[in-house]
Write a new protein. Structure first.
Length: 192
């Protein structure tokens, strides 16, 4: 009987000791979601005014506009972006305007539909037929580019997202903002 009482006491103490052990606290980390982004739309392009060679600022409605890039959602609100935007206009007067921007984006809500704002800095390229000479900074330019975007992400919590937004970017001749080419654009896209 003594052995049975000793065995029951030992088992009760062992069960009690196991019941009081606490597991280490586990925190859930959100994974980084990675999206390709593709969008189409149109842009409103313009060049700069030059008193001698281009007395009036030229303006063109450019179609098509093509956006392609990558979005890394680090949190439910913040993302790192690498987006390239190109717009074209062909005809008697033509232009090609492109930029590759590395930047970020902030989504205001964690809901299915979320507005966002973003911006970036990078390099841009510009060709157009509005100047007569093929001088650098007039008919063609490569240089600093910067831009911003505002829009709406639909199905924000999904692995497939739709986007509609407005963007703006400027391509400078080297780093001269006095000789810059800019575009406002409207885009409709898919993040997958």
């Amino acid at each position: 009987m003594k052995k049975i009482l000793l065995l029951v006491t030992f088992l009760a103490l062992a069960a009690f000791a196991q019941g009081n052990t606490t597991e280490p606290e586990r925190t859930l980390q959100r994974p980084v979601y990675s999206f390709q982004t593709s969008a189409f739309g149109f842009g409103f392009w313009s060049n700069y005014k030059d008193e001698v060679k281009n007395p009036e600022k030229d303006k063109v409605t450019a179609f098509p506009l093509i956006r392609y890039g990558h979005i890394w959602e680090m949190t439910t609100h913040g993302a790192v972006t690498a987006i390239s935007t190109w717009n074209f206009e062909f005809g008697k007067t033509w232009e090609v305007h492109g930029s590759m921007l590395l930047g970020g984006r902030y989504s205001f809500l964690e809901e299915i539909v979320s507005p966002f704002i973003g911006g970036g800095l990078g390099l841009g390229l510009q060709f157009d037929s509005h100047f007569k000479d093929w001088d650098f900074g007039e008919r063609w330019a490569i240089g600093l580019s910067m831009g911003g975007e505002v829009g709406l992400s639909i199905f924000h919590n999904s692995s497939l997202q739709l986007e509609v937004g407005f963007g703006y970017d400027v391509v400078c001749s080297k780093a001269d903002f006095g000789k810059s080419f800019d575009t406002f654009n409207l885009f409709f896209g898919v993040n997958y």
